[in-house]
Design a protein around this ligand. Structure first.
Ligand SMILES: Nc1ncnc2c1ncn2[C@@H]1O[C@H](COP(=O)(O)OP(=O)(O)OP(=O)(O)O)[C@@H](O)[C@H]1O
Length: 732
């Protein structure tokens, strides 16, 4: 830093005064600074020498003396050491072991089948080649007997006209030929003798076996190198082993100046901190990038890295290590592209139930290991551009919720394509499809009721004794107690922007949803929102900022990325923009108190979802937990194409008639739907209304000037029952 001369003088004087006051030595800062950059600082002294203190021009050492600079001692370093697993994780994982054993078994089963089918062809070809093989064998033996291998040396001696050498070689050859001829004749006799003995003495099968083996051996000897009889049953992919050279080559090709410069000077530009090892179905390299280079710089250039490694993009996964510095890179290179790699089957697809308070596997990471999610105590957002698997992911989470019979599901498919119907129709307490006014009203009534429920729950929790509810939140045990009504409530809304952007009720939806996101988790209410347009309007900041779980499939830009995954995620290298178009279901998952992880959601298609939902429904029926929308569906299914008594009553009793006699109602009903209501008496009507919680009472009317009292119903009771059943407040 430069000061104008006079300023500089003043600066130095002030500094000198301040230091003199504090009893410190006067130091020339410029010189002190230059000492820091001096190539070879003088050997550090334990205490400043007296002449240094007196001489203001003497450089001041800024580095600590050697013992202090050495950092923590041996024990300290041991305490802070990171121990590598004795048994690697992949070896401890039963699922991975099972997968690996399965692959090996399938590989050999395939190879056996392939060759067994072709065995007759192999036999025929070998038999055809046998004469050639026999000729080659005889020729080889004759050449051996004649010592053909020594011939070039003998000829060389002839060319050199070296008589002594030639004589020596000839003598040696004569001896060798004699011996070999003898051995060959003996072998021939033994062979022929053995053949004759076999022919005469051996059983048929042994003879056949021997002839077969000799023929095959001769056939193999008669083969051509460029046309093998047996071909490979499996072309193994050439997943090259990841070596340090390959990693360095790829890092050098990224165009990051610090790495390129280091490599130009003959250094590595990357310091490996652990050996490159197998990690699941791939290789793992770990090390330090040069000073100032961050893992984010590498993630940004993932496509170049893939090019440098000569691997498909879906195989190359650079990651940061959260507990280390920002230049610590873990590079995982899979054997197969993640999107084409076979996913393990979802454990809950065929059987099993869920306790929502415990972690449940819902997807697998790049290494094929299951990643868990605990749906309780979170509010979650799912964001992605269209067609990346957002709805499938939401449906998967709702299926998980459905498999806990205690959970009350509220499902809203605002896109209106029926993707959530498997869950909605079979288990949901409330289910709405489409963005029509009717659905919006239905959803609004439900949201309002949920807000009331939230308030009720907070009161219940507050009233519970500390020993039963120690953390002021719902527990699995509390959820079991039906009398408390604290069972999990899981609300899933696909294309939630339809609600929040609604011209009339948008604000109210936003208010209630924000409340549910903030206070819902502790009271056992889980709100899951999915949107294909993650911006402040479709996902209000009050909601996105408070969501405890975030799932982000492919998005196009930094704003959407940070909107779903949290502020600064993009900067920290958590970038859902790097997913390819084909990476369906692949997403970053933030939650479970862990750093962002790349997860490939389990794939459950519509028929699969139907089957799981049917299982969930059976479990609910057994537990007597089926309610609301799904129950309505059930009774309709059971009674066939039916009538809706309450709706019919509302149809025949106009709003202006607050109270009406039962006989009048039955008369009108019989007119409306004679095939159903003909012959109904007031008693039958009373009995049919009883399950809906509606009782008949005395209704007075003036007939011919006289006041007559008869049994009748109140229209308001019917509208209330319909509202309660359907959540339609405006049913009347
Ligand atoms: N986990 C997955 N694994 C493989 N493929 C998936 C997965 N999830 C979804 N897909 C595929 O992606 C396609 C799109 O999924 P989905 O309908 O959920 O997308 P979306 O993001 O909801 O689209 P939109 O915005 O149009 O509603 C599906 O047809 C499905 O085949």
């Amino acid at each position: 830093m430069k000061h104008p001369d006079d300023d500089s003088e003043l600066f130095h004087r002030l500094e000198a005064e301040m230091n003199a006051e504090s009893g410190a030595d006067v130091v020339d800062l410029d010189k002190a600074r230059s000492a820091r950059t001096a190539p070879e600082p003088p050997a550090p002294e334990p205490a400043p020498a007296p002449d240094t203190a007196e001489d203001p021009t003497a450089p001041v050492p800024v580095d600590q003396p050697a013992p202090a600079a050495a950092g923590p001692g041996y024990l300290g370093r041991l305490a802070g050491a990171r121990r590598r697993d004795v048994i690697p994780l992949w070896l401890r994982s039963a699922a991975e072991l099972k997968t690996a054993v399965g692959w090996v078994a399938r590989h050999y089963a395939h190879a056996t089948g392939y060759h067994a089918l072709r065995a007759p062809v192999y036999a025929a070809r070998l038999a055809l080649q046998a004469p050639t093989g026999a000729a080659r064998f005889v020729g080889g033996v004759l050449r051996w007997m004649a010592d053909r291998e020594g011939e070039p040396v003998r000829l060389a001696a002839v060319r050199r006209e070296d008589a002594a050498e030639y004589l020596k070689l000839s003598r040696q050859r004569d001896g060798r030929v004699r011996l070999r001829t003898l051995a060959a004749v003996l072998g021939m006799f033994t062979g022929v003798g053995a053949a004759l003995a076999l022919y005469v003495l051996a059983p048929g099968w042994l003879l056949a076996l021997t002839v077969g083996a000799v023929t095959m051996a001769l056939g193999a000897a008669g083969g051509r190198a460029d046309d093998p009889v047996v071909h490979r049953a499996v072309e193994l992919p050439k997943a090259t082993k990841l070596t340090s050279d390959i990693v360095l080559r790829a890092l050098g090709a990224l165009g990051i100046p610090a790495i390129s410069q280091a490599q130009a000077k003959g250094r590595d530009g990357f310091e490996f901190t652990a050996p490159i090892t197998r990690d699941g179905p791939g290789w793992r390299a770990e090390g330090n990038l040069p000073y100032g280079v961050t893992v984010t710089d590498v993630i940004e250039r993932r496509d170049r890295l893939a090019s440098g490694l000569r691997r498909p993009l879906g195989c190359v996964w650079p990651e940061a290590v959260s507990e280390e510095h920002t230049g610590r890179l873990v590079l995982w290179v899979g054997d197969q592209d993640l999107k084409s790699a076979r996913k393990p089957a979802w454990p809950l697809a065929k059987s099993g139930a869920v306790d929502l308070f415990r972690p449940v596997p819902y997807g697998s990471d790049q290494r094929g290991r299951w990643v868990d999610v605990t749906l309780m105590f979170i509010a979650g957002v799912i964001g992605a551009i269209p067609r990346m698997g957002k709805t499938f992911l939401l449906r998967l989470l709702l299926l998980i919720a459905a498999l806990d019979p205690r959970a009350e599901l509220h499902t809203y498919d605002m896109k209106g394509t029926g993707d959530l119907d498997p869950v909605g129709e079979k288990v949901s307490h409330r289910h709405g499809v489409g963005e029509e006014d009717e659905t919006i009203q239905y959803a609004l009534a439900d949201f309002r009721a949920l807000r009331e429920e939230l308030r009720r729950r907070t009161k219940v929790i507050r009233s519970l004794p500390r020993d039963i509810c120690p953390e002021s939140k719902v527990t699995s045990e509390l959820a079991d107690k039906r009398s408390l009504g604290l069972h999990p409530i899981v609300i899933g809304v696909d294309e939630c922007q339809v609600l929040f952007e609604h011209s009339e009720h948008g604000k109210e939806f936003e208010e209630i949803a924000t409340d549910l996101v903030k206070r819902g988790p502790a009271t056992g209410i889980v709100l899951l929102l999915a949107t294909q347009r993650p911006d402040a309007k479709s996902l209000p900041t009050g909601i996105s900022a408070n969501a405890g779980a975030r799932w982000c499939l492919k998005v196009m830009g930094q704003t959407e990325n940070d909107m779903v995954l949290g502020t600064s995620s993009y900067k920290r290298g958590v970038r859902a923009t790097m997913f390819a178009w084909g990476d369906k279901g692949l997403h970053y998952f933030v939650g479970e108190g862990a750093d962002a992880r790349i997860v490939s959601a389990a794939f459950v298609d519509a028929p699969g979802a139907d089957a799981i939902a049917a299982r969930a429904r059976t479990a609910r029926e057994k537990a007597g937990r089926l309610s609301g929308y799904a129950l309505g569906q059930a009774s309709e299914e059971a009674t066939g194409p039916a009538y809706d008594l309450l709706a019919d009553i509302l149809a025949v009793v106009p709003a202006k008639e607050a109270k009406v006699w039962s006989e009048t109602v039955t008369e009108r009903l019989a007119e409306l739907r004679p095939e159903v209501y003909a012959g109904w008496e007031p008693d039958a009507l009373a009995a049919a209304l009883k399950p809906h919680g509606i009782t008949t009472g005395q209704v007075g009317r003036r007939v011919n000037g006289k006041f007559v009292n008869r049994r009748g119903i109140e229209r308001a009771h019917v509208t209330a029952a319909v509202a309660q059943r359907d959540g339609k407040r405006d049913a009347g």
